[in-house]
Design a protein around this ligand. Structure first.
Ligand SMILES: Cc1cc2nc3c(=O)[nH]c(=O)nc-3n(C[C@H](O)[C@H](O)[C@H](O)COP(=O)(O)O)c2cc1C
Length: 207
């Protein structure tokens, strides 16, 4: 099994938003359109995510479509922290549309109602009808490749595209928030996906 070939699959970058007693949300790269009439989409969500638990309860969520202006610390907050422990919406501008949070400064949104689910091991595939959608801007969308190649971003364990690394490279640790990244050399323009600090705030550590 050559896991490297999986890197040739293409994806976009999105933030899923949902609400029960509080607003929750997470980064995903697994949204895709299934049909056009009616507009149906699917998304794969990890069972451990607080966002998944909320959607199983409310059957409703938003998809905010990220563009290249999306701040790396927004991806850090929504992709590496859990809504169980913090209010992620404290850090971003958003509005509520049909009672679910939608991020401003994105290319637009879809509001989705769950019509079916399929459990697949660690994840649940949600099959959904889009009940409202609109466009905010025509900026260049953020693809998963852009996130990986330009922002040097990785995927955490809960992401479907997570690849377990067999051979350890050098580990760099952010001295400010403790975030760790495995890389031979840290590019000089690297920024911490959690707290946004520059490469100069990282130190190489032994693992
Ligand atoms: C680039 C990227 C892609 C991700 N894709 C997915 C995904 O498709 N499905 C998923 O369940 N989690 C995905 N994640 C992980 C969740 O965003 C992450 O586990 C988050 O902390 C869950 O937050 P929550 O507990 O508040 O729901 C991704 C994270 C990143 C950074």
């Amino acid at each position: 099994m050559n896991y490297e070939v999986l890197k040739n699959l293409s994806y976009g970058m999105y933030i899923i938003g949902a609400k029960s007693n509080k607003n929750v949300g997470c980064v995903v790269n697994t949204v895709f359109q299934i049909t056009s009439d009616p507009v149906m989409i699917a998304v794969s969500l990890n069972k451990e995510n607080e966002t998944t638990k909320t959607i199983l309860e409310t059957k409703k969520f938003s998809v905010s479509i990220l563009n290249q202006n999306t701040k790396i610390d927004t991806i850090g907050t929504f992709g590496y922290k859990t809504s169980k422990e913090c209010d992620k919406y404290e850090f971003v501008e958003y509005e509520e549309i049909l009672d679910v949070p939608v991020l401003k400064d994105t290319n637009g949104y879809l509001i989705c109602e769950v019509v079916d689910t399929k459990e697949v091991g660690t994840h649940i595939i949600f099959i959904c009808k889009v009940v409202k959608m609109d466009k905010f801007s025509d900026n260049e969308v953020m693809t998963y490749a852009y996130y990986q190649n330009n922002l040097k971003g990785k995927s955490p364990k809960n992401a479907p595209t997570y690849i377990k690394e067999e051979t350890k490279k050098s580990v760099w640790k952010c001295k400010i928030c403790g975030y760790e990244v495995e890389m031979d050399e840290l590019p000089s323009d690297y920024r911490c996906p959690i707290c946004g600090r520059p490469a100069t705030d990282f130190e190489r550590i032994e693992k």
